[in-house]
Design a protein around this ligand. Structure first.
Ligand code: GLN
Ligand code: ZN
Length: 746
């Protein structure tokens, strides 16, 4: 029985790698200096794991940017367009983030995490060959520390299935197989971890056939453990049992229905990934121990290992720097380093080993944390719980069908055909960020702060009136981030000082911690929005973040079903919706930017997610009067597989990204007979380019070929906070002028 972790974070506990990368990119440090920071971090991280008593420690889990991109280099799957760059490091960063003459490769989400990987671009004619220098360098560091590590590789099927492929993907896998063989042969004395998480996403029969073939061939070359995570993949387990691999590392946090019988019968070793690699709550050490002891009654101890459910990349480093956090909350969470301790202690307990003083203390604290979490007043609020249990069907439906209430809204709100609006935020300038920072740090008074924000709101209202937008917004100047802003004002949500998690490259995020029952002690947005409304006769749209997005961008408590947390969040935001309505706001937008990314990876779990996620949105938005108009916004353009869910949200107006020029997205809305009104983004806010009036007219006309004019709103495709005023002002003016011109001809 050994301990393992699937992978360790690399950005550094003080974000050292982030800082070094950014210094290197801006020419402040040399390549050698960057490399020496990397080498220090690798050594430090290996040492942490060694000192924590982890037996199987990974190498090749370090990365200057991303592990998929590293794999692209290891396999020499370099796209032709980067081959003119001679220096390896320059080429690597050109692929990752572009340079003066090269566009970056695409980036996308790693399964349903908030980590993004660089998407390989593959074709059959590529000159694949092994390039193992990165692995060797990390091995050298490990050797110097007396560590015999396992080597992490992304398996060939996951690698190719997550790529953009030109030609036949299976042929590419076939071509890559000998390259993988060469690599594995080079390191055949080491344990090799092959990550194949692709298989948790309902693999096809073909995928499974390929899996069997690939691992029968690779399995004989070295001690190979296949890792799947974020879900279970019983299909893959069954197939891999038949191959020559040594064992599997499985996720026992996400996939409690993990079936391991066939693997055991085939004599395979099992890694029980029981310590959660993607959430921060302490493991219930006693419960985990019991669970694994139960397994050991029928399985030989030697065949079982204890580890993390997935790479610890998805949690922050260490609680050491959380000096300001509430002591109780702090006792309930563990970051990567504390998780290493949990793994060690569980392992000792399962083996009935004597605990030393340190481990005894860890166990005692753990028991205490588990116990206080069950009863703490900071977590449990009966008023909130009662509200959720008293929810009835009425709370989940508006009291008038869309077809009728939209008529009332038109009579009441009196907006023209092709109404123009924006998604909410306006430019966040350095001065604005400084203003908020100064206020937070107590350098300016609340009065001063509010006056300055109000001045910005006033200027923005004036601008919107000048260009004659129809539905105005207040600009979201008071918000640093659409989730953080609300999280900071809600009971049951906490923030860390140093809980950074890598999102992509050098970019890190610090997700809120939803630790307890959620409530809203006081108004969150009413003052700003009613102030904005007081300045104009036009409609002022209230802006809120939806419950599902709040959850999907946070660490969510694991001591109750997600559904309950979502409904609590929904009620808290509904309180704000009602307060806005009571204050005279007639149009309210509830953003669900992250609804899509919360979808489970396994098809059979989708329905359950949709049920609670869509219901949560409806709880938030259903208590308003029929004539109050509810908008929602989503910033992606993939809707075909979630149309039923979108319909079910029952929003009056939805604004969406509409990136593809052929309006194929809108055709889906049309074919489905989507009943609500739709604002397909008429220009792309992700680019600094100012769209001309003429091109927006063309875009509107193209939209009108697909959608009936009565249903169409005109807006940009997302919030404007990342843009500059010089870009935003002319762009919006052109947008409104374009709408007017098309309107005049209708
Ligand atoms: N209302 C938000 C904004 O405009 C929406 C952001 C988003 O869609 N991600 O910034
Ligand atoms: Zn958006």
């Amino acid at each position: 029985m050994a301990t393992y972790v699937i992978g360790f974070p690399r950005i550094g506990e003080q974000r050292e790698l982030k800082k070094a990368l950014e210094a290197y990119w801006s020419g402040k440090i040399s390549q050698d200096e960057l490399k020496s920071t990397a080498s220090e971090l690798i050594k430090r991280h290996l040492t942490y794991q060694k000192n924590a008593g982890i037996d199987m420690i990974s190498v090749n889990d370090f990365s200057f940017y991303d592990n998929m991109l590293d794999m692209t280099v290891i396999l020499n799957a370099i796209p032709e367009k980067y081959k003119d760059i001679e220096n390896c490091m320059d080429r690597y960063f050109a692929m990752a983030r572009g340079d003066d003459t090269h566009k970056a490769m695409e980036m996308t989400k790693w399964f349903n995490t908030n980590y993004h990987y660089i998407v390989p671009e593959l074709n059959e004619n590529m000159d694949f060959k092994p390039n193992t220098s990165k692995i060797k360098e990390e091995l050298k560091e490990a050797k110097e520390l007396g560590i015999k590590p396992k080597i992490n590789l992304i398996g060939p099927i996951t690698y190719v299935r997550l790529s953009k492929v030109e030609g036949n993907a299976n042929k590419i896998i076939e071509k890559l197989l000998p390259i993988y063989k060469e690599i594995i042969n080079e390191f055949k004395d080491y344990i090799i971890q092959m990550d194949e998480p692709y298989f948790v996403t309902n693999p096809t029969k073909d995928d499974l056939k390929l899996l069997e073939k690939v691992y029968n061939e690779l399995g004989t070359l070295a001690k190979i453990y296949v890792a799947t995570y974020f879900e279970h993949s019983n299909e893959a387990n069954k197939v891999l049992a038949k191959t020559s691999i040594k064992g599997m590392f499985l996720d026992f946090v996400a996939g409690s229905e993990n079936k391991i019988k066939t693997l055991i019968e085939a004599g395979k070793e099992i890694g029980i990934g029981i310590v959660n690699g993607r959430n921060v709550w302490v493991n219930d050490i006693e419960k985990s121990t019991e669970f694994i002891k139960g397994l050991t009654e029928t399985i030989d101890n030697e065949k079982i290992h204890i580890g993390s459910s997935c790479s610890l990349l998805h949690v922050p480093y260490t609680l050491k720097y959380e000096t300001k956090m509430d002591e109780d909350i702090k006792s309930w969470i563990s970051y990567a380093l504390e998780k290493l301790d949990e793994i060690r202690v569980i392992n000792k307990l399962v083996k009935n080993e004597q605990l030393n003083e340190i481990d005894k203390e860890i166990l005692e604290e753990n028991k205490e944390a588990i116990a206080t979490r069950k009863t703490s007043k900071k977590i449990h609020d009966t008023i909130v719980q009662d509200r959720v249990s008293n929810l009835t069907d009425k709370d989940k439906h508006r009291n008038m069908p869309f077809e009728e209430r939209i008529k009332l809204q038109h009579e009441n709100l009196k907006y023209p055909i092709l109404p123009t609006t924006t998604i909410g935020s306006f430019p966040q300038t350095p001065e604005l960020r400084k203003l908020r920072r100064d206020y937070k740090n107590g350098l300016i008074s609340e009065e001063d702060y509010k006056n300055q924000i109000k001045k910005m709101i006033k200027d923005l209202v004036k601008f919107q009136e000048e260009i004659e937008l129809d539905v105005l917004v207040h600009g979201e100047f008071e918000r640093n981030d659409m989730v953080e802003y609300f999280g900071e004002q809600l009971q049951g949500v906490a923030f860390s000082q140093n809980g950074w998690v890598q999102s992509y490259g050098s970019r890190c995020v610090k997700p809120p911690l939803i630790f307890g029952d959620i409530s809203r002690p006081k108004d969150m947005t009413v003052e700003w929005i009613t102030y904005a409304q007081s300045l104009t006769e036009k409609l002022m749209k209230g802006m809120l973040t939806g419950p599902v997005t709040m959850l999907n961008w946070s660490f969510v408590r694991d001591d109750q079903p997600k559904k309950d947390t979502a409904f609590q969040m929904a009620l808290a935001i509904r309180d704000e919706v009602e307060a806005l309505e009571a204050a005279g706001i007639k149009v309210i937008q509830v953003d669900e930017a992250a609804l899509r990314e919360g979808y489970p990876l396994r098809n059979e779990k989708r329905k359950e997610y949709e049920d609670w996620a869509i219901t949560a949105f409806r709880i938030t938005t259903s208590s308003v009067k029929p004539e109050t108009q509810i908008h929602t916004h989503m910033c992606y353009s993939e809707f075909s597989d979630i149309m039923d869910a979108i319909e079910d949200m029952d929003a009056d107006v939805i604004s969406i990204e509409n990136a593809r020029s052929d309006n194929s997205l809108l055709k889906i809305f049309k074919e489905r007979g989507y009943k609500g009104e739709i604002g397909p983004g008429v220009y792309d806010i992700h680019s600094p380019r100012i769209p001309s009036k003429e091109e927006i007219i063309d875009q509107i006309n193209a939209i009108l070929e697909v959608l009936p004019k009565e249903k169409v709103w005109i807006n940009p495709d997302c919030g404007l906070k990342t843009r500059k005023w010089e870009e935003v002002k002319p762009s919006l003016k052109n947008m409104v002028d374009a709408a007017k011109e098309v309107r005049a001809k209708l």
